[in-house]
Design a protein around this ligand. Structure first.
Ligand code: GDD
Ligand code: MN
Length: 354
């Protein structure tokens, strides 16, 4: 059976339409139930209760005094009886006509099916330019910080289908709105697939998204980063790297201008001290508890990795400028990026291995 979970907050105009479209789409195809989890303060619960009486597919839970999209979805997932579960919004921005297509993918062996506005054929026409920008920023943050989210182009869209096994025995701690991010990071799935869809304009009333939920999103991402060791380590590595730049600039300026040393002396001492401070911070923070054996050996390894990193960095700058005529600034950025990737991977694989 397919369980369809629909969170609702004051959607009285939309619920009769969505249930009609779901019935039309699915009645010949698959056994299903539609679970509304409602926190409304208007007449929506009355309409839903009425629908649940007349339509055998409809189940309905009202939570009074409680609010929150993600927890509403959690409640629906907990009540669901199906072995395949889907979540969609009530306002028809997520077309229910896609459900059979998604179900086919599950039948083909996929664990998680995510309609995306950002694969060829998709479209997020239903958002204002400002909301588009905010939504883009949110997606970029999530995908930059969380490796498991990178396999999905639309982790914030709110429309998805999954096998029950993906979330069974998984501890989900959603915060705010984005339950899918939680599932992407913590869920048990092997095969994920995206299908294109058109995000329509909202039917009836206004969006319930607000600045508070945007702040919650950032808090949620931060929490997920801390819960995924590899992502957290990479972030720590980058923070230490930035601190190294700060140390270097401070020491350099101090030696050059206060102690009147030569440029070469100042730069050499600054580079050495910042390298040492980076090493110590990585040893006690980034890869805490992962260094085996003698610390001095790790320092030598770190020095070697960094030296190769510098060669890679210089090589990239040279290539970009001489072969591809890039501006020096862009070439330097590309060099720094290349060197940083090398340093992270090199140290992760060789200097601090557990
Ligand atoms: N039960 C419950 N409780 N439902 C809620 C609550 C709540 O506190 N807040 C919102 N909902 C329901 C709405 O009734 C709707 O069915 C769905 O959650 C999405 O709310 P909208 O108000 O339509 O949000 P949106 O269209 O701005 O955002 C949607 O699309 C975005 C795409 O950019 C959501 O799916 C976002 O997660 C998504 O990012
Ligand atoms: Mn909406």
């Amino acid at each position: 059976m397919l369980s369809i979970i629909i969170p609702t907050f004051n959607e009285s105009q939309n619920v009769p339409v969505i249930i009609q479209r779901i019935d039309q789409t699915l009645s010949e195809i698959v056994p299903y139930e539609v679970i509304f989890v409602d926190d409304s303060t208007d007449e929506t619960p009355r309409i839903l209760a009425d629908m649940a009486k007349k339509n055998p597919h409809v189940r309905f839970f009202h939570r009074s005094g409680e609010r929150g999209l993600a927890t509403a979805v959690m409640k629906g997932l907990a009540e669901a009886r199906g072995d395949v579960l889907a979540v969609l919004d009530a306002d028809l921005q997520h077309p229910p006509e896609l459900l059979p297509v998604m179900l086919k993918k599950i039948d083909c062996g996929y664990d998680l099916v995510i309609p995306s506005r950002f694969v060829p054929g998709g479209n997020d026409g239903g958002l204002s330019p400002f909301r588009k920008l905010v939504s883009w920023g949110a997606r970029m943050i999530g995908r930059a910080m969380l490796s498991r989210v990178r396999s999905c182009t639309d982790p914030t869209g709110g429309y998805f289908m999954l096998r029950r096994s993906v979330i069974e025995n998984v501890d989900l701690h959603p915060l705010g709105w984005k339950i899918l991010m939680e599932i992407l990071v913590r869920g048990n799935y092997k095969k994920l697939v995206e299908i294109p869809y058109q995000f329509h304009r909202r039917l009836g009333d206004r969006s319930k998204m607000n600045i508070r939920e945007q702040v919650n999103y950032i808090r949620h991402v931060a929490r997920l980063v801390k819960a995924s060791p590899d992502d957290w380590r990479l972030l720590k590595f980058l923070i230490v790297g930035l601190s190294g730049v700060g140390v270097n600039l401070t020491v350099f300026t101090f030696l050059l201008h206060v102690l009147d040393q030569s440029e070469v002396t100042s730069a050499t001492v600054a580079a050495t001290i910042s390298m040492l401070s980076n090493f110590l911070l990585h040893d006690h923070f980034t890869w805490k508890g992962m260094g085996k054996g003698i610390k001095f050996v790790r320092l030598i390894k770190f020095g070697l990795v960094s030296s190769i990193g510098i060669m890679i960095q210089v090589g990239i700058v040279f290539l970009c400028m001489e072969w591809w005529d890039w501006y020096s600034f862009m070439a330097n950025l590309a060099g720094i990026a290349g060197g940083t990737v090398w340093n992270y991977v090199g140290n992760n694989r060789w200097t601090w291995t557990n």
